[in-house]
Design a protein around this ligand. Sequence first.
Ligand code: 13P
Length: 247
Amino acid sequence: MRRKLAAGNWKMNGSRAALYELAKMAETLPEDPPEVLICPPAPYIAHAIEMVGPSIMIGAQDCHTAEKGAHTGDIATPMIADLGASHVIVGHSERRTDHGESDSDVRAKADAGLKAGLTSIICIGESEAQYDAGETINVLNAQLRGSVPDDIDPYRTVIAYEPIWAIGTGKTPTLDEIASAHAAIRTTLTDRFGDRADAIRLLYGGSVKPGNASDIFGIPEVDGALVGGASLKADDFVPIITALSES
Ligand code: 13P
């Protein structure tokens, strides 16, 4: 059985004051919650960890591939682990677009996360043009081939399927489309990693809200969500966590 994961990506949002939302989330979690993760902006990781205690895990949104060195402004995975954070998101479409990250960059970052003892959340997803052209599954397979390292620990490897056109738009694929994307991802991972792939969790991301979470979590092969906007406030994120715990 894969443990469910509700992950929040705050992107470049929040402030020290906004970290009180984390305390509110921790206080209002459902009984027997799934794993809950928040990835705040890097400057707030340490404060966030102090704020929440063990009920909410804290992660980073990106990392460098190297353990240390002359890379001004970058963050190494051993530093993220040193702070007490547990996860790192790699290959988010905003990183791929804003910073030109390739699949091989993402793969190296995922590898760096795993080597530092973190769980690497590897993001994949098609653009609107690729979706319209019916290329979704081919795109996902190519991204999986390019972005997932060979030497994974499946328990610390998470794949987040985030259609780019669904991020921050209020649009989502149909439930059938999410189901077939997740089924295809699972098949591709099983072809490559065999039974070990069973432990890899698959998250859906893109306009997950309290109103659509239950339906999405009812889909087989959806092990949780990577949530952007609706993870910023406890009033939005806790109902999503609750829907996951009830799924
Ligand atoms: P939204 O939930 O705001 O659409 O963002 C999804 C996302 O990009 C999470 O990484």
